[in-house]
Design a binder for this molecule. Structure first.
Ligand SMILES: [Ca+2]
Ligand SMILES: [Ca+2]
Length: 321
C-alpha cells in the first residue's frame, strides 16, 4: 500500500506519496535533507505527529491484479476464504493453476507433461497422468465402464520404470497469497490400483519453486481406497506477493519389486484465515524542532513500518501554535 505524507495545514513542505507494496512498509526517504524521513518546518515548531489511515486507492489495486494475471495465466487466483477443487471437470482439462510433472526433485519443479483427459481405468498400466474415477463412493470392483460413467473424478497417475519414478508431481501454482494467512490443506489420497511396489507421496509447499518444505508424506497403504489427510502450513505461505506452489510429489524411487500402483488425489481443499489485522509502528521522533520564522529548522528523522496494510498510511505533521 502507499504512504501519504501530509502536512496538517497549509505550507509548502511534505506532500508526496511513496508507494511500497505489501508488508514491511518502511519510509526511508522523504526528507529534504538528512536520512530517513525528514520533517522540515519553516517558522513553526513541530510538536507531534500522528498516523492515520487515509483513503484507499482502488486504481492501484486494480492495476496490480491485472499485472499479475497477465504475467502468468496458469496461476490460480485465490478469492474468498477457501479453494475447493474436486477435479470433476478434468475431462475438459486440468483446472486453472494445476500442472502435472515428471523429473521433479527436491529442488526443482520438474517438467510439465500432458494430462490425459480421457477417462482411464484404474488398472491401465500405461505410464501417464490421467482422468480417473474417484475412489470416493466407488468400490474396487467397479468395471471400467462403471468407472468411466462415474461423475466423481480424480486426477491420477501410473508410474512406470521410465515414467515418473521418481519425479512425478501434481502441482498447484497460486499467483499470490497477499493479505491471506494461516493456510491448511485437506486432501484425499487415493490408492486406485494396488500393486506390490510402493511409492511415498510428499505434500510440499514453496514460495520460489526451488526451496520446498515437506508438510507430510503419504505412504502406500497397500489397500485400495481413499484416505483423508490434513496438512497445516503454519505461516510459511502467509501474505506472499509472489507465486506460491503446493505439490504432491514422488521424491524417491518406488520400493520393492513388481508392478507399480495407480495413485490419485481428489477434493483438494485449501483454507486460510481472513485478512490479518493491519498494524503500524514508528521509531524516532520529530518533536521539538524549532526554527525562527522563515528559516528552515533542523531535519527530524523517524521511520514508520507496518504490515498487512490494506489502505494508505498517512503521516501527518501537526504544527504547534
Ligand atoms: Ca472428485
Ligand atoms: Ca503398492
Amino acid at each position: 500500500m502507499g504512504v501519504n505524507l501530509q502536512r496538517d495545514n497549509g505550507g509548502m513542505f511534505m506532500s508526496r506519496t511513496l508507494q511500497k507494496l505489501f508488508s514491511n512498509l518502511v519510509l526511508s526517504d522523504g526528507g529534504e535533507r538528512g536520512g530517513g524521513c525528514g520533517l522540515q518546518a519553516t517558522g513553526y515548531r513541530i510538536s507531534n505527529f500522528e498516523f492515520r489511515i487515509s483513503k484507499w486507492l482502488p486504481s492501484a489495486a486494480l492495476a496490480l491484479t491485472l499485472a499479475l494475471t497477465g504475467a502468468a495465466q496458469a496461476q490460480l487466483t485465490l478469492t474468498g476464504t477457501n479453494y475447493v477443487q474436486n477435479f470433476d471437470s478434468v475431462a475438459s482439462g486440468l483446472p486453472s493453476g494445476w500442472s502435472v510433472r515428471t523429473n521433479a526433485t527436491s529442488s526443482t519443479r520438474g517438467t510439465a507433461v500432458t494430462f490425459a483427459t480421457t477417462a482411464a481405468a484404474w488398472n491401465s498400466t500405461t505410464g501417464s497422468f490421467r482422468n480417473s474415477s474417484s475412489a470416493t463412493g466407488s468400490t474396487s470392483a467397479d468395471a471400467s465402464t462403471v468407472q468411466s460413467a462415474n461423475t466423481n473424478r480424480a486426477i491420477a497417475m501410473r508410474q512406470t520404470g521410465s515414467y515418473g519414478d521418481p519425479g512425478a508431481a501434481f502441482e498447484l501454482e497460486i499467483g499470490n497469497t497477499t493479505g491471506k494467512n494461516g493456510f491448511s490443506l485437506q486432501i484425499k489420497h487415493q490408492m486406485l490400483d494396488v500393486q506390490t511396489r510402493s511409492t511415498a507421496w510428499s505434500v510440499q509447499h514453496s514460495t520460489n519453486g526451488t526451496s520446498w518444505t515437506t508438510a507430510g508424506t503419504f505412504s502406500d497403504p497397500g489397500a485400495w481406497g481413499s484416505t483423508n489427510a490434513t496438512y497445516n502450513f503454519g505461516a510459511a505461505l502467509d501474505n506472499v506477493s509472489t507465486p506460491v506452489y503446493i505439490r504432491i510429489v514422488a521424491l524417491s524411487g518406488s520400493t520393492s519389486t513388481g508392478s507399480r500402483d495407480t495413485y490419485g488425489i481428489d477434493d483438494f481443499t485449501l483454507a486460510w484465515s481472513g485478512t490479518p489485522t493491519p498494524f503500524v509502528s514508528a521509531t524516532g521522533s520529530v518533536s521539538g524542532l524549532f526554527a525562527p520564522l522563515n528559516t528552515a529548522s533542523e531535519a527530524g528523522t523517524f521511520s514508520v513500518s507496518g504490515a498487512y496494510l490494506t489502505q494508505n498510511l498517512t503521516v501527518k505533521a501537526t504544527l504547534a501554535p
